[in-house]
Design a protein around this ligand. Sequence first.
Ligand SMILES: NC(=O)c1ccc[n+]([C@@H]2O[C@H](COP(=O)([O-])OP(=O)(O)OC[C@H]3O[C@@H](n4cnc5c(N)ncnc54)[C@H](OP(=O)(O)O)[C@@H]3O)[C@@H](O)[C@H]2O)c1
Length: 351
Amino acid sequence: MKSGLRVAVVGATGAVGREMLQVLSDRHFPCASVRAFASPNSVGKLLDFGEDTLRVESLESISDPSVFDLALFSCGSERSLVWAPRFARSGCIVIDNSSAWRNHDKVPLVVPEVNAQDLDDASLGVIAVPNCSTIGLVQAIAPLHRNQPLRRVVVTTFQSVSGSGRKGIEELDRQTRQLFNAQGTEPKVYPKRIAFNVLPLIGEPDVDGYTAEERKLMTETLKILGDDQIQVIATATRVPVFVGHALSVVVEPVKAIDVDDARALIADHPGVLVTDAESVMNAPTPEDIAGEDLTLVGRVRRDPSSETGLALWIVSDNLRKGAALNAVQIAETMIQRRLLAPKHKGRQETQ
Ligand SMILES: NC(=O)c1ccc[n+]([C@@H]2O[C@H](COP(=O)([O-])OP(=O)(O)OC[C@H]3O[C@@H](n4cnc5c(N)ncnc54)[C@H](OP(=O)(O)O)[C@@H]3O)[C@@H](O)[C@H]2O)c1
């Protein structure tokens, strides 16, 4: 038998799940076996995994999750709420991409470059991956916050359709073709046409006018940075881009940070590349980042409307760093910290 972890990829046929298989293979993740799970509709479908092919199994068919060491979940909150505890109770570590567990006291919400230490306190055996926009945001602002605590963050997102999964990708593709063929378009996934348009709401607004997508940025940022004093206001929009989320951000530290120092602080943070910019053409776009692992930051500049404010522009691949890559990096970090090892061979194997 190959040495390594026995891994379940749950939601393997989805936009994130397929990227998960790609990332596991790209990074030569130490697995003894990988099995792919999805809904009963996908049973028997074949998925590429490096040079191998995986046959999709039904999640419902799993009677004994203890046969796995690690489960990577990307199958929506409803399923995560039911299945994550079943896997965790059997001794399997669950890393979940949905929003189901992110606000739970006993569940670490982790971007490894920012708060890997929180993994030491995963008593439930479930670790949550933050929202895809939150990950890009904290990657860029954590080094500023460590230098001078941030008292306020104003963020507007420009989120690609792959953030809604396969159905979002299909809707933009279909509507674009229809428009080029002079046909009418009927919105199915989004409330209005997404092709050649910008939608100023992702989901329904609550009584205060904020959507769940915006609330995620407003709460998750505080949990990851470990500071509930930061004021965050978010506006989340959907744009006709297939892959890659962009964020326009203004931060207000308690004391001013020089612009060059801010660029240097962000550039020193692992996983981030500052692309500033004598030329505006160097400002990063979703096209630059699709399929890549780094978070790109550009247009770092002083905010003249506030004493200490700084403005910046962030882009990252929502399927990779925003979901699959971050999940795999969490698993890799847990292996390094001896929090995850093959159960059948004991912890020695990761030393
Ligand atoms: N897309 C992103 O950028 C992104 C980023 C961060 C987090 N997330 C989160 O990741 C999760 C997956 O998102 P996605 O974009 O990959 O969605 P998606 O493309 O719609 O894929 C959903 C996956 O869930 C599976 N699934 C649905 N019902 C199931 C059931 N009853 N049992 C087992 N599997 C079931 C689907 O299987 P079938 O193919 O068989 O239906 C598919 O594999 C969501 O919780 C989402 O919020 C997404």
